[in-house]
Design a protein. Structure first.
Lengths: 113, 114
């Protein structure tokens, strides 16, 4: 139980385009989802906390107009990287809360050319 | 603010040897504690968690961890390492009754030598 999926697993896009990443809790409802970014050989950096039906709460230094988060239902949150640039290339991971525990998706590798 | 320290960014053991990955937290009130494992190019998988029940917690893949309040520690152990245990391990804490955010340690890369 407590499975979280992400789609796509890998995406390559041109600079200036927008990319949408989906995060779904498959077998539970998640009031709260989280979006992380992970740089090579580094720990996870929390980008934002997403609550169903309300605006996301962004961490300091994260541009909310660049990283648009929508949590439209209890099982789906999306992250849209707008006008992506090469420096946005990274590994993006979502998680969903079930009780006191966060369950993580498999991650999305974004490469911006 | 909560913090998590994982001693040793790299740990190397021989196959069949004891695995010990260290985690210390800073908190005046015992938090919830978690160990996650990350294989290359994958997300994080929950190994085990402490949620103020038994202090010795058993997880998946033969791992266990013991919560020691006096030492503010939650070290991860496995009696006999397998090659498949090679991965990055993250310790994380979450305050009880507080923020839902996890605070992660910097991770420990475990290498298992044949």
């Amino acid at each position: 139980g407590a499975v979280v999926s992400q789609h796509p697993s890998r995406v390559i896009c041109k600079s200036g385009t927008s990319v949408k990443i989906e995060c779904r809790s498959l077998d539970f409802q998640a009031t709260t989802m989280f979006w992380y970014r992970q740089f090579p050989k580094k720990s996870l950096m929390l980008m934002a906390t997403s609550n169903e039906g309300s605006k996301a709460t962004y961490e300091q230094g994260v541009e909310k107009d660049k990283f648009l988060i929508n949590h439209a239902s209890l099982t789906l949150s999306t992250l849209t990287v707008t006008s992506a640039h090469p420096e946005d290339s990274s590994f993006y991971i979502c998680s969903a809360s079930f009780g006191e525990t966060q369950y993580f998706g498999p991650g999305t590798r974004l490469l911006v050319l | 603010a909560q913090s998590v320290t994982q001693l040793g960014s790299h740990v190397s053991v021989s196959e069949g040897a004891l695995v010990l990955l260290r985690c210390n937290y800073s908190s005046s009130v015992p938090p919830y504690l978690f160990w996650y494992v990350q294989y290359p190019n994958q997300g994080l998988q929950l190994l085990l968690k402490y949620t103020s029940a038994a202090t010795l917690v058993k997880g998946i893949n033969g791992f266990e961890a013991e919560f020691k309040k006096s030492e503010t520690s939650f070290h991860l152990t496995k009696p006999s390492a397998h090659m498949s245990d090679a991965a990055e391990y993250f310790c994380a804490v979450k305050p009880q009754g507080g923020s839902e955010k996890l605070v992660f340690g910097k991770g420990t890369k475990l290498t298992v030598n044949p």
